[in-house]
Design a protein around this ligand. Structure first.
Ligand code: B16
Ligand code: MG
Length: 217
């Protein structure tokens, strides 16, 4: 029986992935590194320092630890300025209706995000009060595809992973959920994502009852 759902944030609840991309692209350009949307796919769900490592390796640029901290800080300041004006209009279609349905069914709602900015984002879009548990980048020591973020969520909920559905838009997140023994719904297309129990294009028109039926098949 499913008793809880853990949601990734960026790309599942709200489309902040574009803002991460803009901020990383800007930083990469300042270092003379070309950073494409295809490169950006690999960074979805991946933590800030690991993302910076990836971008530097693309341009074969070497930086020491203190320089890397400054670069990551600069990217984050740019990202924060981009998300400061987020409102509930940024919530992805169908999410709110789906959350209301979960609440009515008595299913717990948790967040499992790699982002250290998850709480201000949830506050800005007005969804924070829906969450029974929030685990984000400030709580974890290992980034997705490590299952730590979802395992901490399951522990806080006091519910075993087999009774929890994880919703993820990133391959690293799907891998994390499956390694941790969770049910996993991938949000996106089969061209980009593999290994989830089922894939959905998004939440618009999705009912919880229909989703449970699909998961049983
Ligand atoms: P921050 P998620 C992830 O959030 C993003 O997908 C990823 O692009 C970002 O680098 C990571 O958070 C860290 O974010 O720099 O804000 O701490 O998809 O796991 O909700
Ligand atoms: Mg995501």
């Amino acid at each position: 029986m499913i008793r809880a759902c853990i949601f990734d944030l960026d790309g599942v609840i709200v489309d902040t992935a574009i803002y991460h991309f803009v901020a990383w692209k800007n930083l990469a350009a300042s270092l003379g590194i070309e950073f494409t949307e295809k490169n950006n796919e690999k960074l979805k769900g991946v933590g800030r320092m690991e993302s910076l490592d990836f971008i530097l390796s693309l341009g074969q640029v070497q930086k020491d630890e203190s320089e890397m901290l400054v670069l990551a800080h600069n990217k984050n300041e740019h990202y924060k300025s981009l998300i400061s004006s987020l409102t509930e209009e940024a919530i992805l279609p169908g999410i709110k209706v789906f959350f209301d349905e979960l609440k009515e069914a008595g299913v717990f709602i948790a967040l499992g995000s790699s982002s250290k900015n998850a709480r201000p984002v949830l506050e800005n879009i007005g969804l924070k009060s829906y969450f029974d548990v929030i685990v984000d980048g400030t709580n974890i020591s290992r980034s997705k595809p490590d299952p730590e973020v979802f395992e901490l969520g399951a522990q806080a909920l006091e519910i075993p992973p087999v009774e929890i559905i994880v919703f993820e838009d990133a391959q690293a997140g799907i891998d994390a959920a499956k390694t941790g023994g969770f049910k996993c719904v991938g949000v996106g297309s089969a061209e980009e994502l593999s290994g989830a129990d089922i894939l959905i294009p998004g939440f618009e028109g999705l009912t919880y009852a229909h989703l449970l039926n699909q998961l049983k098949q």
